[in-house]
Design a protein around this ligand. Structure first.
Ligand code: NAD
Length: 469
């Protein structure tokens, strides 16, 4: 049973003594009714005019980008430098999405059939966009733009943990578009469910945990008129091979572990090391992790902020108590305060899998923890490393560290993951590429670049030769 979230007040995870505004759940039916009413008109608006409207939203967001970045740092604990990066991605996404729309929405003429024909991409109708807390604007925004450009009104439900900053973004978007075309639904899981199961909603883009994604997929399974795109979790591996540039690999793994305090779907949470270089790599990694000391996320130099809330912090504390299936190389800590600020601060941790264990695949190796915790394994050859990398229910992101092109492609050809990188952190996912995972990480509709391919309804038109004047 999902509890109803009606009124709530978030805590600032980096400063529990700050008082944030109270938030109220939005009633869903009036929003969806207004969006449904707006849908036919918005679908008829030419693409050039939709683009103009969205350019005006971009200009307004650009003016307040620094305020929004600071609000992200306060509300979610994401370090300010990263929050500024998120706003940069939000602004950059506009032109990339316009280019995608011009490319993918155009009619396709078909001349090799019995009669002149074309394939059109029609607007589908109201879209529900459900977003997680870790990129409180960027992810919902990245899913909303393609829908809006394709002519689908959007009801955006952000994470309740980022209600303030997401609400501010949504109001700017809404005021740049005709009434009903962009709406904000504040609430928790119950609100997301009510929105997605509303009979007038035609498309859902859900970004969040695999557990919630599966639940949602089951709830809408009977309604074939709904299209569902799922962007879910990960347990992403970095493979460091015997010929790798070890200092640079160690830095990339430390970054992949600690950005957003490990609260990224593509965070590095596993490392598979060639047996020969494992001790040297781990020493360098511990050295690199020294740069990630917990700090007030609103400080421009902060690199490691707190976890999102008490539940996440407690879960990390309990994870650090586990030792089944291996040994701690670096025992992290869940701290109650940093520099006099009470918050959900943590220190990174590295766990070496193997040794005395009865359980060869302990939860620290298999479960997404969403914290700066890395499970380290060793492998003697490429087949063993591949088998380990692919022995996960998730398949989002994987990085291979090697100087050999042949070795990289040998891995890339067999890795079961939607994003595979050579000598880059698993978190290095620019908006210029599609982004989606396999297995429990998604359902084959990658977001990011080209997501617009999945937001329209295809219609095949055929006109009997010479039958129309
Ligand atoms: P979450 O699943 O708890 O919540 C995500 C959003 O879904 C929130 O807005 C929440 O209110 C809503 N929600 C929860 N249950 C729902 C349900 N049954 N039906 C409809 N809506 C529901 O996730 P979170 O803690 O906010 O974010 C962390 C998770 O998101 C991690 O698992 C992470 O890997 C994943 N994530 C994935 C991607 C990706 O692109 N693949 C990106 C970022 C985060």
């Amino acid at each position: 049973m999902i509890p109803e979230l009606t009124t709530w007040r978030n805590q600032s995870p980096g400063n529990l003594d700050l008082r944030l505004d109270e938030v109220h759940r939005t009633p869903i039916p009036p929003l969806v009714d207004a969006a449904t009413k707006a849908a036919p008109g918005w679908a008829r608006v030419p693409l050039s005019e939709r683009i103009e409207r969205l350019r005006s939203a971009r200009s307004k967001l650009e003016i307040v980008q620094e305020d929004l970045a600071l609000q992200i740092a306060i509300e979610t604990g994401k370090p300010l430098a990263e929050a500024r990066g998120e706003l940069g991605a939000v602004l950059g996404k506009f032109e990339l999405s316009f280019a995608d729309a011009s490319r993918h929405l155009a009619d396709e003429r078909v001349t090799d059939g019995p009669h002149p024909a074309r394939v059109r991409r029609r607007a589908r109708g109201v879209a529900a966009v459900i977003a997680p807390f870790n990129f409180p604007i960027h992810l919902g925004h990245g899913a909303s733009l393609p829908h809006l450009l394709a002519g689908n009104p959007v009801v955006f439900k952000p994470s309740p943990s980022a209600a303030g900053v997401a609400g501010r973004y949504a109001r700017i978007m809404a005021e740049s578009l005709p009434p009903g075309v962009f709406a904000l639904a504040q609430g928790g899981a119950d609100c997301g469910i009510e929105l997605c199961t509303h009979p007038s909603v035609r498309s859902i883009c859900f970004t969040g945990s695999a557990t919630a994604g599966r639940h949602l997929a089951q709830l809408v399974a009977d309604d074939f008129s709904k299209d569902l795109a799922l962007e879910l979790g990960g347990k992403n591996a970095a493979i460091v091979w015997s010929d790798a540039d070890l200092p640079s690999a160690a830095q990339a793994v430390a970054d992949g572990m600690c950005l957003t305090a490990g609260q990224r779907c593509n965070a590095t949470s596993r490392v598979i090391l060639h047996r020969e270089i494992a001790p040297a790599f781990l020493e360098l990694l511990i050295e690199s992790l020294r740069r990630y000391t917990p700090a007030d996320p609103t400080e421009p130099e902060a690199r490691l902020g707190p976890l999102i809330d008490r539940r996440a912090w407690e879960q990390y504390r309990l994870a650090l108590d586990q030792s089944e299936g291996g040994d701690w190389i670096l025992h992290g800590e869940a701290l109650r305060a940093v520099d006099g600020l009470r918050g959900f601060y943590v220190q990174p941790a590295v766990f070496a899998v193997g040794g005395k264990s009865a359980d060869p695949r302990p939860p620290l190796l298999t479960k997404e923890l969403f914290a700066p915790l890395l499970a380290a394994q060793t492998a003697s050859d490429i087949d063993q490393a591949l088998a380990e990398a692919n022995r996960s229910v998730y398949g989002l992101s994987c990085s291979v560290f090697t100087k050999s092109e042949a070795t990289f492609w040998r891995f890339a050809d067999e890795l079961q993951a939607g994003n595979v990188y050579a000598n880059l952190p698993t978190t290095f996912s620019p908006s210029t590429l599609p982004f989606g995972g396999w297995g429990e990480s998604g359902n084959g509709k990658p977001g990011g670049r080209g997501f617009i391919r999945f937001v329209t309804a295809e219609q095949a038109i055929q006109i009997r030769t010479d039958s129309l004047a």
